[in-house]
Design a protein. Structure first.
Lengths: 348, 555
């Protein structure tokens, strides 16, 4: 064989072998990569909620079963929703967040009146246009009934009892929205309607709390249930749920006054699934869902026809007080800072 | 060896080894890998699909059994319009039949319009059926929406299969509740990963935590029927089948992570082995080719040597029988060739010698006759001259017969030449003159005898024609390593045709012309000293002739 010819043949052979090897490698790589399909992103209603998963589960299950609209739940604190939006997450519905805590986002919510507005308590109706009330959440005091002994607790004033020093669970209002609700509650209740007059009480309460200011609302109710604290400042749903689960606790509605701020369901402007979102709001504000919520999920309904079905005292039995929403919204940051200063001052 | 054009035997051998060993190895490797992947893929997918079919089949059978049971129960009450609901004994018969024949485990309830429990079998607690908040929720709502039809609903990890019978303006809810543990007892399952979920992904039964979203729903519910996918870095093969009657998806998962890793290991190992084979073959083939073709190289080298004239080469090839024979025969052949060449040379030398002897012996009888005739006259006219001629002639004769050696010195030859000139001088008297100019340095050089004399003879023979006097001059000198003798006369010269004829005859081996003498000299020089040496003739009619002899300078 001619050398040049043979050289060519050798070259061809090696090129063919190399190509075949590369092809095989490529095939193997493709085979390998074929597994790496990322999780399937389905077209579904995206709901952002600060509610616990166990709370939303039965409601979402029933909604999906009825409408066959798939719901994707994104859990997170009320204040963190904008982070999700900034990260490119599309959100259709914000489910939860009290009037005061969602105030900064009001501009982001679209107007929608659910089909159930007529059945709502007048005080809970959607006067703003973009805030459908979902549930009523009164602030309460939660007492460990096993450990409290004969210390009597009927309201805020009783928390100043020296016997409770270091045994009061309260979360930082800058971290926990339920604690902020309590702060508003005590300012208005102890100030007899004038929040400025309430700060003296806040100062004295801080002295009795000691250095136990907690980071989240769950630390409050879990701490009381576990016996680390005798009394906690928290919200009704948490206490009712724990009591239904068998925890030995007592729910005290402050005799000085109870603020009960409803939370809402909000349709976001520019939602990708507006029709599905409206169906979701209608479902959650409807009788069935609200009824189940009062019976199973520990929350008060916002509907007029479901005021007497709870195993909690009716609102009319409580000393409900109404803070001035404008005043609260204006002073929100100021009050949180002021609380922090008082708390730190009490420590030093 | 002309390596530039033709590849060597060694290269060919190597090429063969590389091509014929690597290509099959490569093909076999590829095929094996493809086969492994194919078989693996087939096994994984087939087993998964088979298990899925099996579970789907079991569930379908279970569902139709429960529907039949519900239909059967409601038919009892229809038969007897007076009974609110069937005889408990009949109900138990159906329920026991379910339990015994299908080994189906469940709870069963019959509720009235106000969720009152008319009949309970199995677990007593049935909040989702009896609590007022569930009256328009889940299975109860579905039953109310389609009375008289079998409805199913997955609620809080339990599957409800029920039928609403409206009878005498009363509603009766017949509901089977099958929990995940009931299901596990009812079906024959194996350890493969199985998820049973409704169309929204809510899970009824599952023995794996994979593919769950934050609500513990099956996350991939919209995936195509059969697919490979990745979950949290683990690779799965998923088969999904929908049972429309129950609104339940049967999802079987094969965790392929381990086998996947094994396949990749096999693949990497194969590639590594193949590359090693390539490398080893590449180098070992070189070594092997060198080893197996060493004798071939030796043979090629031996032939090359022989071609260059070296016949003393011997070939020792031992690597195989064939090469031994080749080596032996080659040596035998070269020996024979050598003998042949020696014999040929000897024979040629003998022939040349004989020829030289014969050429030398051609002493011109004309000259002898003329000289003797002259001597006869001289004895009468000039006794001294006659005497000198006799002496010179006798010297010439002695010189020609006495010296047996082939070569003699220039000096000796010059003596002889002198004798010859003496005779000519006396014979032609004033008509002939000569001069001799020999470099003293070449006096001891060896030349063939009787080489120059015939030149003079030739000059005398032809030079006198048509003219009275003749002058011959002899010159001898050394040029480079050559000894050159010139014999120049001023005789009649030769015609152009004659000169050309003479020159052409000098290049032929056999002489056919009358100029035997000149040709003989040329031939003798050539025989003795090879081709490069010999005679040149230059002549012009009426001017004279010059003959030049060229010989090697031997001392």
């Amino acid at each position: 064989m001619h050398l040049k010819k043979k050289g060519k043949a050798l070259l061809t052979a090696s090129v063919v072998l190399l190509t075949a090897t590369l092809l095989l490698l490529g095939a193997m790589y493709g085979f390998w990569r074929s597994f790496d399909s990322s999780s399937v992103e389905t077209d579904c209603l995206v709901v952002y909620t600060p509610h616990p998963i166990e709370f939303v589960k039965p409601l979402v299950e029933e909604f999906e079963g009825r409408t066959h609209i798939k719901v994707k739940i994104i859990s997170g604190g009320t204040g963190k929703m904008t982070e999700q939006l900034d990260a490119g997450q599309s959100i259709d519905v914000m489910w939860g967040g009290s009037y005061f805590s969602v105030a900064p986002y009001f501009d982001m919510f679209a107007d929608y009146r659910s089909i159930n507005e007529a059945d709502y308590l007048p005080v809970n109706r959607n006067t703003e246009g973009n805030m459908t009330r979902f549930s009523d959440v009164p602030s309460i005091l939660m007492v460990n009934s096993d450990l409290i002994g004969d210390i009597e607790i009927k309201g805020y004033e009783d928390l100043l009892n020296p016997a409770l020093k270091g045994k009061i669970a309260f979360a930082n209002p800058s971290r926990s929205s339920s604690s902020f609700e309590h702060l508003i509650n005590m300012l208005y209740a102890m100030g007899q309607g004038n929040p400025e007059a309430g700060w003296d009480y806040v100062k004295r309460l801080c002295e009795n709390i000691g250095d136990n200011l907690l980071d989240s609302s769950s630390e409050v109710y879990n701490g009381v249930t576990a016996g680390k604290y005798l009394v906690g400042l928290t919200f009704e749903e948490a206490a009712v749920t724990l009591r239904n689960d068998g925890a030995h606790i007592q729910i005290i509605y402050m005799q000085e006054g109870v603020v009960s701020t409803p939370d809402g369901i909000y349709l976001l402007k520019g939602a990708a699934h507006p029709d599905e979102a409206r169906a979701f709001i209608d479902f959650l504000s409807g009788y069935d869902a609200q009824y189940l919520m009062t019976q199973r999920l520990g929350r008060r309904s916002v509907r007029e026809d479901l005021q007497q079905v709870n195993d909690v005292p009716e609102k009319s039995e409580l000393n409900i007080i109404y803070p001035d929403p404008q005043e609260v919204l204006q002073n929100r940051e100021d009050w949180i800072t002021r609380f922090s200063e008082i708390y730190k001052g009490g420590l030093s | 060896m002309k390596k530039s054009n033709t590849s060597s035997f060694q290269d060919n051998i190597r090429y063969m080894v590389v091509v014929y060993s690597l290509v099959p190895v490569f093909i076999v490797t590829c095929m094996s890998l493809l086969l492994v992947v194919f078989l693996w893929n087939y096994t994984i997918t087939q087993q998964n699909v088979k298990y899925n079919d099996n579970i789907s089949q079991q569930l379908s059978t279970m569902y139709s059994t429960y529907s039949d049971a519900l239909t059967q129960m409601t038919s009892y009450s229809a038969e007897d319009s007076k009974t609110v609901f069937p005889d408990t004994q009949q109900l138990y018969e159906v329920l026991y039949q379910l339990k015994n024949q299908g080994e189906y485990k469940n709870s069963f309830y019959i509720l009235d319009s106000k969720q009152g429990q008319l009949f309970t079998y199995g677990t007593k607690e049935a909040d989702h059926l009896t609590k007022p908040e569930y009256f328009d929720w889940g299975i109860m709502k579905k039953l109310k929406e389609s009375p008289g039809e079998i409805s199913t609903c997955l609620q809080d990890k339990k599957l409800y299969i029920g039928l609403l019978q409206q009878f005498n303006q009363q509603s009766y809810y017949y509901v089977f509740v099958i929990s995940a543990s009931d299901l596990q007892a009812s079906l024959s399952l194996n350890s493969r990963s199985l998820i049973l979920a409704d169309s929204m992904g809510w899970i009824w039964y599952s023995n794996t935590n994979a593919f769950r979203d934050n609500l513990s729903r099956y996350e991939y519910y919209t995936l195509e029927k059969n697919t490979f996918t990745n979950y949290n870095g683990n690779r799965y093969y998923i088969t999904q089948n929908t049972l429309r009657d129950m609104d339940i998806n049967v999802i079987t998962l094969a965790d392929t992570e381990n086998s996947h890793t094994i396949i990749m290991l096999i693949f990497i190992t194969s590639v590594a082995i193949f590359l090693s084979i390539v490398l080893i073959t590449f180098f070992s083939s070189k070594k092997m080719a060198v080893e197996y073709t060493r004798d071939i190289d030796d043979i090629a080298e031996a032939f090359e040597q022989v071609q260059n004239g070296n016949l003393d080469i011997k070939l020792y090839t031992q690597s195989s029988k064939e090469f031994q024979t080749i080596g032996k025969d080659f040596n035998y052949m070269v020996d024979g060739l050598k003998q042949q060449i020696a014999q040929n040379r000897e024979m040629a030398e003998n022939v040349a010698f004989a020829q030289v002897k014969q050429l030398e012996s051609q002493f011109n009888p004309h000259f002898l006759f003329n000289t003797l005739d002259n001597i006869r006259f001289m004895t009468k006219i000039d006794i001294d001259a006659a005497d000198k001629m006799i002496v010179s002639l006798s010297r010439l004769l002695r010189y020609s017969i006495r010296d047996a050696r082939d070569e003699l010195t220039v000096e000796e030859d010059l003596d002889n030449l002198q004798s010859y000139f003496n005779i000519l001088q006396i014979r032609f008297n004033k008509r002939f003159s000569y001069d001799i100019d020999i470099q003293p340095s070449i006096m001891q050089c060896l030349i063939p005898k009787l080489l120059i004399q015939p030149l003079i003879e030739n000059a005398v023979k032809y030079g006198f024609s048509g003219q009275e006097t003749l002058h011959v001059s002899i010159r001898g000198y050394q040029q480079n390593n050559h000894l050159i003798f010139e014999c120049q006369d001023n005789g009649a010269g030769m015609s152009q045709e004659l000169l050309q004829e003479l020159q052409s005859q000098l290049s032929q081996e056999n002489n056919t012309s009358s100029h035997m003498g000149l040709h003989n000299i040329h031939r003798r020089i050539q025989l003795m000293y090879k081709e490069d040496f010999g005679m040149n003739i230059a002549s012009q009619q009426g001017v004279g002739t010059t003959i030049i002899l060229t010989m090697p300078c031997k001392k």
